[in-house]
Design a protein around this ligand. Structure first.
Ligand code: GLY
Length: 352
């Protein structure tokens, strides 16, 4: 599989990617190589990764606790301290080996340690392969507010090895699938159709095409002034739902993908009312989402809290909630203002 040229780095696939990583380490003569993992990736991915690393450099493993709940500044302080205590300097390299929490947080830690050290992303979940690890977004949550703190900063390279996907649960695979559905609805309908029809899914091809799409968008608008906002389709309501369940200790959390999938159903519904997107296609999207993720009921008594969280969305400007909507498959419209009534109606539509 050929490599994909991103802004300042390459996304490499499978075996060749390890060669490229070893070449990079040799060329840059890093002082120490830090590998950021969580307890799951340390157990299941690190043993697959380490035999591929061919270097005489000092290697140090830093482990953080898994889960979105730990994607915060306190965890960063722990990692900055660990790097410092282990003798990290400006010629250190940080390799992130994990899902979206590890790649987002690790990229942020690296980009801010001593004003920035190099980092390499090795995503191990479908979600991080098709989204988080590519595009230069790094950061952490502030309380339950997702990705409130962070910066755009590019890795030296991204290494995609689908062998890591054997280590993740079916639920995590479905979480990543939501981002692929998003690329399908907004950019390349073939991806949505593949998932909808369960057509001999070739995961490697879906990943490659998803990264190609994301990269094409990010190259045109790296800092989300315009076009990149399309990647937030389903995320305005989805993030609010995800945050709401994160802060509700008595309720089971949604994965990112599960929340985004509900968000896409709601935002497709809003698109139909506001932009004339076909209601038959909305039903198709809803059926596909329900078939993959099952049905959850959003309680009416929770709507106000969910809508309050929408008001913190990063895409908002001048106190207005900004949505990405679709006029048709593959045809988006940015910066759409949506009334609170219509948001409620869309949640009711999901529930119906
Ligand atoms: N996850 C959306 C983006 O990278 O812009």
């Amino acid at each position: 599989m050929k490599s994909i040229q991103a802004a300042t780095y390459l996304v490499h696939f499978q075996e060749i990617a390890y060669q490229k990583l070893n070449d990079l380490i040799r060329k840059e003569a890093y002082s120490t190589i830090f590998i950021l993992v969580d307890e799951n990736t340390f157990t299941h991915c690190y043993p697959k990764f380490i035999p591929n690393l061919n270097t005489d450099r000092n290697i140090e493993v830093i482990e953080i606790e898994s889960g979105e709940i730990n994607k915060n500044i306190e965890t960063c302080v722990g990692v900055w301290n660990a790097i410092t205590e282990l003798g990290g300097d400006r010629k250190s390299l940080l390799i992130t080996l994990g899902g979206g929490v590890i790649t987002d947080l690790g990229g942020f830690v690296a980009s801010t340690f001593k004003r920035g050290i190099d980092f390499v992303n090795i995503p191990t979940t479908l979600l991080s392969m098709v989204d988080a690890a590519v595009g230069g977004k790094t950061g952490v949550d502030l309380g339950v507010l997702k990705n409130q703190i962070g910066l755009f900063s590019n890795p030296e390279m991204v290494l995609i090895d689908t062998a890591y996907l054997t280590t993740v649960t079916d639920r995590e695979m479905k979480s990543g699938m939501a981002e692929i559905i998003k690329y399908g609805l907004t950019y390349d309908l073939r991806l949505f159709n593949h998932i909808k029809q369960h057509k001999g899914l070739n995961v490697s091809d879906l990943i490659f095409r998803s990264i190609e799409i994301k990269n094409e968008i990010v190259l045109k608008d790296p800092t989300e002034k315009n076009l990149r906002k399309v990647l937030n389709f389903g995320h305005t309501i989805g993030h609010a739902i995800e945050s709401f369940y994160l802060e509700s200790v008595d309720k089971e959390n949604f994965t990112h993908g599960e929340a985004i999938a509900i968000g896409m159903v709601c935002e497709s519904y809003i698109s139909s009312i506001q932009l004339g997107f076909s209601s038959q296609q909305v039903s198709e999207i809803k059926e596909t989402v329900l078939a993959i993720y099952g049905k959850t009921t959003l309680l009416k008594e929770d709507y106000t809290s969910i809508i309050d969280l929408l008001k913190h969305d990063k895409k908002n400007e001048n106190g207005q909630v900004n949505f990405v909507l679709i006029k048709d498959f593959e045809k988006h419209q940015l910066d759409c203002k949506v009334s609170e009534e219509l948001i409620v109606e869309s949640l009711n539509f999901y529930n119906s």
